[in-house]
Design a protein around this ligand. Structure first.
Ligand SMILES: O=C(CO)[C@H](O)[C@H](O)COP(=O)(O)O
Length: 239
């Protein structure tokens, strides 16, 4: 039986595609994670799917594109993307989001930054109950870094006020750190609740550190969010 969370991901993703994918579009960005699975599934059901070229945000995303019979392209060939659909780990009241829970944040940000429209699809657990980031998502802000820089950056993040910062471990699936699709490490840095007005400042401070490849704070990038609610409806924020 499909769980409530799984059903809410599917409803959000299907509605986001149905509302936003215009017949005039040619290039679509496909994000990463478990919600975007349903975005690729929905696009794969369309009779005109062959008109779209899909740009992946990592290994999993590439597999999703191929397994749904969609045409695969690269960001090098197609840096002008009509629309991108992606998931999020938490969404604040200004539509800033935390991303990178699945360790794909760098390519996700690259594809999002090349997109005319950036749409987030998520289940009901992702909307911050207070409107701030770092409330429901307690693992910290994901930060992709050059491996040799981790000691330096952990120290600097603590100086910036992180209550906890650590290199993400592969857990039982891999001894040692998670290695991203770009051969990098991920640090998760917990800054507690981040007010919407502070997100951009924090992002810029971290991004400026030598060794940081990118930060899982997406500021002023999201046009609209689709949230699958517990009661089966889909709510939206943005235009
Ligand atoms: O940023 C991401 C991967 O790096 C994902 O989009 C984010 O973690 C949301 O994933 P899910 O849809 O599985 O909740």
């Amino acid at each position: 039986m499909t769980s409530l969370v799984e059903q809410s991901k599917k409803s959000a993703a299907y509605q986001a595609v149905d509302d936003n994918l215009k017949p005039s579009y040619k290039i679509i960005g496909i994000g990463s994670g478990s919600t975007v699975v349903y975005v690729a599934e929905r696009i794969g059901q369309l009779s005109n799917k062959s008109q779209f070229t899909c740009i992946p945000t990592g290994f999993q995303s590439k597999q999703l594109i191929l397994s749904n019979g969609l045409k695969l392209g690269s960001i090098e060939e197609f840096p002008n993307i009509d629309i991108t659909f992606d998931g999020a780990d938490e969404i604040d009241s200004d539509l800033n989001v935390i991303k990178g829970g699945g360790a794909c944040l760098m390519q996700e940000k690259l594809v999002a930054s090349c997109s005319k429209k950036f749409i987030i699809v998520a289940d009901f657990r992702k909307k911050s109950p207070t409107g701030q980031l770092g409330v429901n998502w307690r693992k910290g802000v994901p930060i992709e870094i050059i491996p040799a820089s981790y000691t330096k950056i952990l120290k600097e993040l603590k100086e910036f006020g992180a209550v906890k910062a650590e290199v993400r471990s592969g857990g039982s699936a891999k001894a040692g750190p998670v290695i991203t699709d770009n051969g990098m490490f991920i640090i998760d840095a917990d800054f507690g609740a981040i007010p919407p007005a502070e997100v951009s400042k924090l992002h810029n401070k971290i991004k400026f550190l030598t060794g940081v490849v990118d930060v899982g704070l997406f500021v002023n990038m999201v046009e609209k969010t689709y949230i699958g609610e517990e009661n089966g409806s889909v709510s939206t924020m943005g235009n």
